[in-house]
Ligand binder design. Structure first.
Ligand code: SF4
Length: 168
């Protein structure tokens, strides 16, 4: 049985992005998909948003940002946090050994996601779902898809996934 790793669904080719598209990443689906069972998670569709949908971004305090729809100014922080609370429990039951996040997403980005204040990009933070995952699984190996394109990072990630399972 292969170990399971979670992946932002759009990286698996699922058309769940705000614009109706995907971000299929063959390094994940082919190279890592040979080694691990890939479990797709899209927090934005998971919390009930349609596809396509209005673009959103992080705003406010970078340590605790809000998830805001840019055009309508709708605040989606609470529904997203509710989804995250439920989803980390579900994923705990799946016994994931790692997670790959879509870079720069206000929901999935693991680091350096833009946080806006008074209309300008003022700081960087972490997507709300990625934040919930880091809190729930602080030792789980996690990377963004872009860094996994570097061979050394990818090999290190694979080893950490195997080790995480061994010590869990
Ligand atoms: Fe869904 Fe995350 Fe991909 Fe956005 S980045 S489409 S929230 S899986």
């Amino acid at each position: 049985n292969k170990l399971k790793i979670g992946v932002s669904s759009c990286l698996l080719g699922e058309k769940v992005r705000y614009n109706g598209g995907h971000k299929l990443d063959p390094v994940i689906t082919d190279t890592l998909g040979r080694l691990f069972t890939l479990v797709g998670v899209c927090p934005e569709t998971g919390c009930g948003l349609p596809t396509p949908r209005d673009a959103m971004r992080l705003e406010g305090n970078p340590a605790e940002p809000n998830l805001m729809v840019i055009r309508t100014r709708q605040d989606l922080t609470v529904p997203m946090q509710y989804f995250c609370q439920m989803e980390v429990i579900r994923l705990k039951g799946l016994a994931l050994s790692g997670f790959i996040f879509k870079a720069r997403s206000p929901s999935c980005g693991l680091c350096r996601v833009e946080v806006f204040n008074e209309g300008v990009s003022a700081a960087t933070g972490r997507g709300l779902f990625a934040e919930a995952m880091v809190r729930q699984f602080p030792l789980m190996p996690m990377e963004e898809e872009e860094t996994l394109h570097l061979t050394a990072v990818r090999e290190s990630f694979i080893q950490r996934v195997l080790d995480y399972h061994d010590t869990d």
